[in-house]
Ligand binder design. Structure first.
Ligand SMILES: *Cc1c(COP(=O)(O)O)cnc(C)c1O
Length: 409
């Protein structure tokens, strides 16, 4: 190792790498540093294995260091890292084609994250009307308890006042209506309304799928009034719910859909899928990204698609999801003072807690199991979609143990 390399070598011990030089906007547990992961497990500095039921928030959906994904990235690494969209990127053309072939969409824009994909979708909604000459149609309706990312328009679309406070002086051209309230939604539409945006299954706000009735009526409303309907499937898409895309559960298609998280299996990526009528309004020069659609992300995205499209994967996700949900439901009956109810679709699961969800999360971590939190005092379970039955059983065992301890008080 050279002298410079020695000096800048990453030292994983938290004492020598204090977080002081980072923004205080995150708050990870101080004493825990993970060094590597394999499949459904991550390992800390002492080599202790933690069972990962969070997958970096629905990102490492095929677990850690999946050999097929590692190989795809390594192979591309040795060929070409970056070109910019000044030149054709064949891996991106292929990934777009595969997304189109397997969805409602006709064309795709690639970004680097969920919030960027959402921004692209928001611009496309407005762009669609602008190109038609309806320049007054710019307002977009979102639903309460939504989450679309942390950039300004994405924040305004979700309308979470706590997250917007101090950053967004006006409504930014967005309206919010109560989640699931079709009458309120109809009443909120004006002749300035351009489109409607929501998550097919809410993730951050509490694990909550749209209802069939609501989503069917919204589709009808959009057809009647030429409104653009955008689904945010950044968290619930890419097989997570047992369908390739969550909207397939409802027999309703959007005009725009945004993806990110699981599509890269851990490599940063975002995608905005559109019907031709919306996508084609984004003419040359209307939008762009330096890194969006770069060869590395596209190579991994294609490899993720290979894994997703393997026969039986989606039905296995459904089977595992049903099993996990039924086991958790059993635990709500066994420990009614600790946990209340089970929510979700496939392997996107919320366990509503009676005790503070943080208590459950921390205790699970003490027992070497990683989960997330969600709105409505839920614990969020997003295991890798290829988690084996043994690891699911192991997770249920750990949860049982923790609920027993909490029930005992
Ligand atoms: C995570 C998430 C986003 C934002 O994605 P980032 O990659 O963090 O920008 C947007 N929408 C939903 C539904 C999400 O879960």
């Amino acid at each position: 190792m050279t002298a410079i390399a020695e000096k800048t070598k990453f030292d994983a011990t938290h004492e020598s790498n204090p977080r002081d030089a980072l923004w205080p906007n995150y708050n990870p547990p101080k004493e825990l540093v993970f060094t590597h992961g394999i499949g459904s497990e991550v390992f800390d500095e002492q080599g202790t294995a933690y069972l990962d039921f969070l997958s970096g928030i629905a990102v490492t959906s095929f677990g850690h260091a999946h050999p097929y994904l590692v190989k795809a990235l390594k192979d591309q690494c040795e060929k070409l890292w970056h070109l910019s969209n000044v030149f054709r990127i064949p891996e991106g053309e292929l990934l777009a084609k595969r997304l189109v072939e397997n969805s409602f969409a006709d064309n795709v824009f690639f970004a680097n994250s969920g919030t960027e994909a959402a921004e692209a979708g928001i611009k496309a909604i407005r762009g669609y009307h602008a190109v038609k000459g309806n320049t007054e149609r710019t307002r977009i309706i979102g639903l309460t308890e939504s989450f679309h990312g942390r950039t300004l328009a994405a924040l305004a679309a979700a309308g979470n006042q706590a997250q917007m406070k101090g950053f967004i002086p006006t409504d930014y051209g967005f309206d919010q209506v109560q989640w699931g309230d079709i009458e309120a939604l109809k009443n909120a539409v004006t002749d300035q309304t351009a489109g409607i945006v929501f998550e097919t299954v809410q993730g951050e706000g509490g694990i909550r799928p749209v209802t069939q009735e609501f989503v069917s009526q919204v589709r009808q409303l959009c057809d009647d009034l030429d409104l653009v309907l955008m689904f945010d499937e950044v968290q619930c898409g890419i097989g997570r719910t047992g369908k390739l895309f969550a909207y397939e559960h409802f027999n309703v298609t959007p005009d725009v859909m945004v993806l990110a998280k699981g599509l890269g299996g851990g490599f940063p990526i975002g995608a905005c899928l559109t019907t031709a009528k919306v996508g084609n309004s984004m003419v040359f020069g209307s939008h762009g990204s330096t890194f969006g659609g770069n060869p590395l992300a596209m190579a991994v995205g294609n490899a993720v698609m290979d894994l997703l499209l393997e026969p039986n994967l989606l039905s296995e996700i459904s089977r595992k999801g049903e099993f996990l949900q039924s086991e958790l439901t059993r635990l709500t009956q066994e420990f009614p003072d600790v946990v209340g109810s089970v929510h979700g679709l496939g392997l996107m699961i919320g366990l509503k807690c009676i005790v503070p969800n943080t208590d459950v999360l921390v205790k699970l971590r003490e027992h070497h199991m990683i989960v997330g939190k969600s709105g409505g005092n839920m614990i969020r379970l997003l295991p890798p979609v290829n988690m084996c039955d043994e690891d699911i059983a192991k997770g249920i065992k750990i949860i049982t143990c923790v609920l027993q301890e909490l029930q005992a008080g």
